[in-house]
Write a protein that binds this ligand. Sequence first.
Ligand SMILES: *Cc1c(COP(=O)(O)O)cnc(C)c1O
Length: 221
Amino acid sequence: MAAGRNPDDVTLVAVTKTRPASDVVALASLGVGDVGENKDQEARAKHAEVGEAGVAPALRWHLVGQLQSNKANSVARYAAAVHSLDRAKLVAALDRGVNRASSARERTASGRLQVFVQVSLDGDPDRGGAVSAEVPALADAVATAAYLDLAGVMAVAPGGWEPERAFAELAAVAAVVRQQHPTATGISAGMSGDLEAAIAAGSTHVRVGSALLGSRPPLLG
Ligand SMILES: *Cc1c(COP(=O)(O)O)cnc(C)c1O
């Protein structure tokens, strides 16, 4: 790999938003083990459809988009990971959701939910994410929740920023979190347009849609 990273250390999350369940099935048959969606409603329906197709029961579903706490129960039924936790209310909502879902055994994986705290690098609340100063307290809350595992941090490079600057700042936030939570080694960073810079800066999870599946219709994307 150009960045000198071991490919085994970087998980490809194939972002399948706006794509049909048949694309998820095709990716799974090619060996993709992780798929990402940005909306609960779409993800839930697709998860059910792929399940009915009877393929890839071990497929891990990642929720990568902004999440409202009233969707937490739903997400907890099918998601292996949430990349967009950005407020304390969501910690309690997801923890309760996983507790309920695990008794129904609808969840696969370990029964625990992997959670990345989303960082807003430019402080713009519209795209979601917590400002850096809020991240340690959110990380503590996730780590102490009964059914959640703190996976690490996530960010989307702000528009107009050099990706190198964005991912260096995210790596600094990740280092602060790891001081308190040494096992939270995940860095979810990098999309189709900036994944090389993210991998060079230490990303462990790249979220790639259009580079795998082609561009999405703009109104749906
Ligand atoms: C859509 C999306 C991606 C994938 O974007 P591409 O540019 O298609 O690779 C990654 N992360 C999030 C949060 C997304 O919403």
